[in-house]
Design a protein around this ligand. Structure first.
Ligand code: ADP
Length: 541
């Protein structure tokens, strides 16, 4: 017997029309070098309709990849809707990638047109001769003092919009499995791989930002997405904000901690989200600003140190809400809720739970498996295995099937490359990424856990642990440590601090003090760079 409900496609067109119809009075604030711009959602929606016409007038083909090379702005949000709602595929290019990677990605995706913020032109323009498929560049003038080359391929965003009539009627996407957007993994191993989101996956995923055991976006919220829109869809916040009808504050190009803090306070932001490094930068600057409206700081992308989350709780009044995911998982796959166990817990136990990656989001399935045999492992909080996941917004393969067949199991689950334990309540604790584990004498040392303990030292600003080859033990951990300004720390003092906190054989064999932990294009600790830097390092015997 068949169900008798309407079979309506899950499509981002719904997100657009809902925002246009119900939330026209809401506002989108965008900070830019030219000052702050406030756009009512009603005006934004008309601009999305004009942009739809522009894509047609420029002859952008029916399912073309529409590249964006932009900061978090209201203009970028116009592209976020106009491209998919007209059947094209939004391709967010990561502005922090190395030029060769950027060229590889744009060519691989066969981008036809690229929309670029004026302030970012100096990064993109030197590459144009290598971008084989791009026919047009549309410059979004964000007021930056950057010369625009005199080139027939370049057009001005505002001029194009002004000359275009708004698209009339409703946008229609019939096939919910049609591609809506693309994003490449940052390529920490091998070439970047293309993840292709469908209308269905993007729409379902946006709902996760609305659930109360998550960011819980509501119409009364003011949301500041700090996580870049060029990285894993800014964690679904842009579409989620439009669905919920929140006000939105976009930081534009100025991503300094002081600028973020200023926006949080001045706009009475209630929900924000970004990687831990952002919040590590903001916290020391908090000094009397009114952050009383803030209720949720969504944090993920790399492990959220317990010390960071608790320091936020102490100083600002709320801990972080941790989430785990990957580009391949849209990205939200787990949420750091304290599911069902809060009553009996001490504050200390709650802090421990918050430091875990959390429980699978509704509709997402998780399991841990033996990486060799594939055998499923128990959720006893002790047995660690490769974390695998399945669900309607988890990738089933990479674009053109390239580069990652091995990352999917025979029964269709994504192999995440993360190693985790899961407790009987389903709460995931990441032990490490497979390639970052330190293999010492046949046992694994979790670099993440060691880093978290090191970062709990009051004199430590940042720390990363990498494996150094060792004759007897195969590998031993080395700690690369950044000391807070005005503080001092010796290797012996650090080891003494760590001794009661970790197993003896986990204690680092070497401590190197560095000025800064190198970061990847999305602001995570780049252990690869550190490993390269310390290649050939010989441990004290
Ligand atoms: P890349 O693989 O290039 O870093 P992604 O941005 O897709 O690109 O990163 C996904 C990875 O980030 C995950 O596999 C995991 O290792 C790490 N990660 C994401 N969220 C968390 C978290 N809350 N705690 C620990 N690690 C995380």
């Amino acid at each position: 017997m068949r169900g008798l409900m309407q079979d309506r496609p899950l499509s981002l067109t719904h997100v657009f029309h809902r925002a246009e119809q119900l939330f026209g009075h809401k506002k989108i604030v965008t900070a830019s070098p030219a000052g702050e711009r406030v756009t009512p959602v009603a005006d934004w929606a008309v601009r999305v309709r004009r942009l739809a016409t522009v894509l047609d007038t420029l002859g952008v083909s029916a399912d073309a990849r529409v590249g964006t090379f932009c900061w978090n702005t209201d203009r970028h949000l116009e592209l976020y809707l106009a491209a998919p709602c007209t059947g094209r595929v939004l391709h967010t290019l990561n502005i922090r990638l190395f030029p060769e990677q950027l060229v590889y990605i744009a060519n691989h995706a066969e981008d036809e047109i690229v929309f670029v913020d004026r302030s970012l032109l100096p990064l993109l323009w030197p590459l144009v001769d290598k971008l084989e498929t791009v026919r047009r560049y549309v410059v979004i003038d964000d007021g930056a003092d950057v010369e625009i080359p005199d080139d027939p391929r370049i057009a001005d965003y505002e001029e194009l919009l002004a000359a275009a009539e708004p698209y009339q009627g409703r946008f229609v996407v019939e096939d919910e499995n049609a591609a809506a957007a693309m994003c490449y993994t940052s390529g920490t191993t091998g070439n970047p791989k293309g993840v292709v989101y469908s209308h269905r996956s993007a729409t379902l995923h946006s709902l996760i930002t609305l659930i109360s055991d998550g960011p819980g976006l509501r119409e009364c919220d003011v949301v500041l997405p700090v996580v870049p829109m060029f990285h894993a869809n800014a964690w679904g916040l842009p579409y989620g904000c439009l669905l919920a009808g929140t006000d939105i504050v976009f930081p534009g190009p100025n991503m300094t901690p002081s600028a973020i803090l200023d926006l949080l306070a001045r706009h009475r932001v209630t929900v924000t989200g970004g990687v831990p490094t952002i919040w590590m930068g903001v916290l020391p600057l908090v000094d009397g600003q009114d952050l009383g409206a803030l209720r949720t700081v969504l944090c993920g992308g790399s492990a959220v140190p317990r010390s960071l989350s608790e320091a936020w709780k102490e100083k600002v009044g709320m801990p972080m809400l941790q989430a785990w995911g990957m580009t391949e998982t849209s990205p939200i796959a787990t949420l750091g809720v304290l599911a069902g166990r809060t009553d009996a817990l001490t504050e200390d136990q709650r802090a421990d739970l918050r430091a875990r990656q959390g429980v699978a989001a509704p509709l997402v399935e998780l399991r841990i498996a033996d990486p060799g045999t594939g055998e499923e492992l128990p959720w006893d909080d002790a047995t660690s295995g490769e974390l695998q996941t399945a669900g309607p917004w988890i990738a089933k393969e990479y674009y053109r099937g390239e580069g990652g067949g091995a990352q999917f199991t025979e029964d269709g689950w994504l192999r995440t490359g993360d190693v985790a334990v899961v407790d009987p309540y389903g709460s995931v604790k990441l032990v490490d990424r497979t390639k970052d584990l330190v293999k010492s004498g046949g046992e694994w040392i979790s670099s993440v856990e060691l880093e978290n303990e090191i970062m709990a030292h009051p004199a430590v600003a940042e720390a990363a642990v990498i494996a150094i080859p060792h004759e007897k033990w195969v590998e031993r951990p080395m700690a690369c440590v950044v000391v807070r300004p005005g503080r001092s720390l010796t290797p012996d003092e650090l080891i003494e601090f760590l001794t009661p906190r970790v197993a003896k054989w986990w204690l680092p064999d070497a401590v190197e003090f560095i000025d800064e932990v190198p970061k990847t294009s999305v602001g995570k600790f780049s252990k690869k760079t550190l490993r390269d830097k310390f290649a050939g390092y010989s441990l004290p015997s």
